[in-house]
Design a protein around this ligand. Sequence first.
Ligand code: ATP
Ligand code: MG
Length: 144
Amino acid sequence: MLFSTILLAYDGSKAANKALDRAIELAKVTPGAALHVVHAFEFPRFFIGEALAPLPASVNKDYYDLAVQTTEEVKKRLETEGINAKIELLQGSPAETILKYAKDNAAEVIVIGSRGLGGIREFVLGSVSHNVVQSAKIPVLVVK
Ligand code: ATP
Ligand code: MG
């Protein structure tokens, strides 16, 4: 068996959708493989001086709703493909959350986009993909 537990890091970006295509291909060529999809979200934090400024609940709700929407997109796509996957929406910083999830679930490969939703175009890797490649103990497939 190639990779029996595949972890896709998904943020809804173009590269993450290309990574999703690859993760689907990997899952399809490995009968019985488990596909896990992780989308990490964080509530925004604003500081005034050193004090954490409270945010209106509606702002936090917007962030959460967007995160839910992102997981719904990937869920729909996987249903269309007829692939059974576990889709997780987890709160925390993305790279840390992805790496911990990979470890806790004995993932054998992490599939990730090279870039995401933000960042500066001139860099080849975003900070999340950079940190995941840097710290992962398992193979990482970075999709451009
Ligand atoms: P930066 O975030 O450093 O400004 P960026 O947004 O261009 O840069 P990354 O965030 O590193 O680049 O995104 C690279 C890949 O990492 C994405 O294609 C996706 O696969 C994964 N990723 C990014 N953010 C998340 C997240 N919140 N949850 C899960 N996976 C993520
Ligand atoms: Mg990003």
